[in-house]
Design a protein around this ligand. Structure first.
Ligand SMILES: Nc1ncnc2c1ncn2[C@@H]1O[C@H](COP(=O)(O)OP(=O)(O)OP(=O)(O)O)[C@@H](O)[C@H]1O
Ligand SMILES: [Mg+2]
Length: 234
């Protein structure tokens, strides 16, 4: 996916300002930045939930801007929103069916694949999502996006509220999925340390602007970035 000169405004507020970067297949691109930096807005714009003022978002040669959200999803964009977005009153399996709805896929095979990837979801397929642990709910949110076989996976703060060990396991799962499915992953995180550990590339946003864009290793070793934008102290 290539994002070029993207600008998004909410009234007078410029939440994203002239943002340009690329997310490559089989690579995790971390999108980092403080509260209000524009990370969620960026993902919502890619998904078509927010209309930008200007710019371009191209996936596999197709311009996404101006298209409806369901159209964008069918073009291969899977979005796991902030706060996970599973339906608490539905069972695990009902949530997964919902994720597969409107996509031209074999439902039984899709469910099988997700239960293989996330065995705990298979064990709990009849359980209400409201009764899942935070980590299990995050897995369900990911499985619900993955069942539609996306090419680009947007993850908004997946490790938020998870115990460090659970968050670390989730990061490993994201890493594996990215490699085995040839996915482009856009990983939004405030947990810069955890994200930079598994990411290949990193984009750092500050008040809607890109202040750094490079390999995760470069960003992780830049003392100024660490101190001023990522809240990481030596
Ligand atoms: N629907 C909206 N209407 C008006 N302003 C908004 C709206 N959504 C976000 N904003 C503003 O846009 C800016 C970017 O917000 P956004 O949620 O994208 O940041 P974020 O980087 O995801 O922050 P956080 O780390 O807290 O989740 C903020 O100043 C926010 O107040
Ligand atoms: Mg956010």
């Amino acid at each position: 996916m290539q994002i070029s000169n993207l600008t998004v405004r909410y009234g007078a507020i410029e939440a994203i300002r002239d943002v340009t970067f690329t997310a490559m297949p089989s690579r995790i691109t971390a999108v980092l930045g403080a509260n209000g930096a524009g990370k969620t807005t960026l993902l919502r714009t890619i998904s078509g939930l927010v209309q930008p003022a200007s710019g371009s978002i191209v996936i596999e040669g197709v311009e996404l801007i101006g298209r409806a959200t369901d159209d964008i999803a069918r073009l291969g964009v899977g979005h796991v929103p902030e706060g996970r977005g599973v339906i608490a009153e539905f069972t695990v399996e009902e949530n997964l069916r919902l994720g597969a709805m409107a996509f031209d896929i074999d439902l039984a095979a899709g469910l099988d694949e997700q239960y293989q990837q996330f065995p705990v979801l298979g064990e709990r397929r009849k359980q209400y999502a409201s009764t899942l642990s935070g980590g299990e709910r995050q897995m369900l949110a990911m499985a619900r996006a993955l069942i539609a076989q996306p090419r680009l996976l947007l993850l908004d703060e997946p490790s938020l509220g998870l115990a460090p060990l659970v968050a670390a396991e989730l990061m490993t799962t994201i890493r594996e999925l990215c490699a085995t499915k040839n996915l482009s992953v856009l990983l939004v995180e405030q947990n810069a340390k955890g994200a930079l550990r598994i990411a290949d590339d990193a984009v750092v946003l500050s008040v809607g602007r890109v202040v750094a864009n490079g390999s995760a290793a470069e960003v992780a070793s830049d003392d100024q970035l660490r101190q001023y934008y990522l809240g990481l102290v030596q």
